[in-house]
Design a protein around this ligand. Sequence first.
Ligand SMILES: [Zn+2]
Length: 375
Amino acid sequence: MIVHAAPWVVPVAAPPVRDGAVVLDGDRVVAVGTLADLRGMGEIEEHDGVLTPGFINAHTHLELSHLRVPGGQGLVPWIRRLMAARTPTDVEVARAAARGMAARGTVACVDISNDGSSRPLFAEARVEARVLHERIAPRGEPAPSPSTMMRGLTETPHAAYTCGLSALRTLAARNGGQLASIHVEEDPAEAAWLVDGVGPFADFLHERDALPSVGVPHSRPIEWLDSLGVLGAGTLLVHLTVADSDSLARAARRDCIAVLCPRSNQHIGGRLPPVDGIRAAGLRAAIGTDSLASCATLDVLGDVQLLARAGVDAAWLVRAATAGGADAMQAPQLGSLAIGKRPGLVALGDDARGLRDPIAWLAHEAADAPAWRIA
Ligand SMILES: [Zn+2]
């Protein structure tokens, strides 16, 4: 066994420990406490930074890593530019991006894939991946995937503006009665389309001959999804940037998980997600980066930093990027330094001795600090 010692240990499941230690047997946590109490349990390895569980990126698209798509005018113009720029996955760029995630202390991610190419790349990088196969089907049901790369993956709809009623119901049924994940309430144009059948999405879908056959549901996205019975415990609601309080309350009643990608939201639409409303509704939350097409890095600490500097509570953010991500992964062994878990162990920063509040430092500064994955 190895006793990993550091000026601060942030277990997430418990308060920070000064002059702390984490005892690992392989990658399994055997004990967490002060070095004074645990030094007899094995060989001591000293670290200079803050020890944390591995971080979890709850939403990304590794296969878009070779793209950089300008934003600023909202979601529909951004989607148009993405479609114009999209070329097949550059596997070497995606491989480097997965390794870059690991190098920043990300140990797990929920990845949205159209071609399945990300799975082996995450495995190579030692990032545990829950890869979801994204489907787009405005009319009818999505056909079973012919690709062996996609076989065995859970399917997920892209969004309520690209999947019609029967596709949403079918994808929920194929996943035990509820959607695994959906991009939702990312931009005001989505509700304009679903409530009134107007706006940039109406034009876009019309142009592409992609109008859903059932027409406009005349409800906001979450209300509509809820009325279809496709939301359930653990459904990942990605973005929620413009969700109103009624939508957030509904999502909380279904025990969905809010997945916030604030840097992507800021890039595409110039706004941040309503964290106060999400917290007030009692929604579980996790943090994602979205893809490199709309975010500068795949390090969730960058999103944590943006929200922390916008005034969001540091402890809530650190929890969302670790334990909240474990919920999104459906992987209870991840997300906190607690006995029996295998959460990965990360050291951040090169001199934590002078820190008074390691959680505030993690949220505000760690995105710019060196990182090491220890286990
Ligand atoms: Zn996305």
